[in-house]
Design a protein around this ligand. Sequence first.
Ligand SMILES: NC(=O)c1ccc[n+]([C@@H]2O[C@H](COP(=O)([O-])OP(=O)(O)OC[C@H]3O[C@@H](n4cnc5c(N)ncnc54)[C@H](O)[C@@H]3O)[C@@H](O)[C@H]2O)c1
Length: 326
Amino acid sequence: MISSPDSPIPRNSPRVTIVGAGRVGSTLAQRIAEKNLADVVLLDIVAGMPQGLALDLMEARGIELHNRLIVGTNDYADTSASTIVVITAGLPRKPGMSRDDLLKTNAKIVVEAAAKAIAHSPQAIFIVVTNPLDVMTYLAWQATGLPRNRVMGMAGVLDSARFETFIALELGVLPADVKAIVLGSHGDLMVPLPRYAHVNGVPVTELLDAPTIERLLERTRNGGAEIVQLMQTGGAFFAPASATSVMVESILLNQSRLLPVAAYLQGEYGLADIVIGVPCRLGCGGIESVLELTLSDEERSALQTSAQAVRQNIDRAQEVLAGVNS
Ligand SMILES: NC(=O)c1ccc[n+]([C@@H]2O[C@H](COP(=O)([O-])OP(=O)(O)OC[C@H]3O[C@@H](n4cnc5c(N)ncnc54)[C@H](O)[C@@H]3O)[C@@H](O)[C@H]2O)c1
């Protein structure tokens, strides 16, 4: 069968819908297609833009040696029967803005996107990328009415990758040999766990002194802002797209990878009715389990502080949405 961007996607291929064909969304589409993971539907409110991007990506297929279809659209009907829906729609930060400054605008966008997407893909697993991440994931979980294993947010994989990058640069080692985990909210109150970081099994605490580790942690906390400040227009998108593609891959290929994911908690870590970054096993059912690490008093208290900030912003977002609906 000869396929064109206008032809329907064959049903035997998994389909990933990406809502928001901006920098993160379009780069993620490229990653998913070029890793040969799934066909992709790119949806945006801007007329013609996702169609143009999809055609551009389709024209690279022969060179990149894959046969995945990429379709651009402004109509949710074209997203039907997606295995995964990724929401990247919304505003990115400008210099000087915190992720929380995006709350008002992005809350409405994410709730609308989640509700429309679930109507066409009732079996889908949702991954939220839009900031402020933990709050937007909570709102998407509410808007879809899905069980908690099928709605999650991407932040921890990116924050961990940033910490790993800074460790690798400091030590002059291969980035892939460095493993680290960052929990908590996606923001200044993220909770990196340096005692779990290692280079091929050698604890980072054996390789770097405490002030150096603290400096790298601080750079990790400001990792997004550092890029926004340098770019001046928009934020990071290459590493965020890579991080999201790893989650998509673990779900589609049922890899059961243990990754830090923003998940809805029901008592784990002493937290309930909140979305926050914790280690999760990701497979074809979405979040297959939440791993409860033994945390020190200091780490547990940092996670609680992080959760309190997310809770306040969830309440703010609910007020904004109630104002819209009244
Ligand atoms: N979770 C993370 O770690 C992480 C990392 C990077 C970026 N982000 C966030 O991801 C979001 C996207 O970032 P970006 O750099 O791609 O921004 P961008 O401005 O390049 O793209 C956003 C896209 O969303 C579209 N959009 C807006 N409203 C829409 C709607 N109602 N329906 C469909 N599409 C809509 C816009 O037209 C635009 O194309 C931002 O909120 C950013 O802060 C999160």
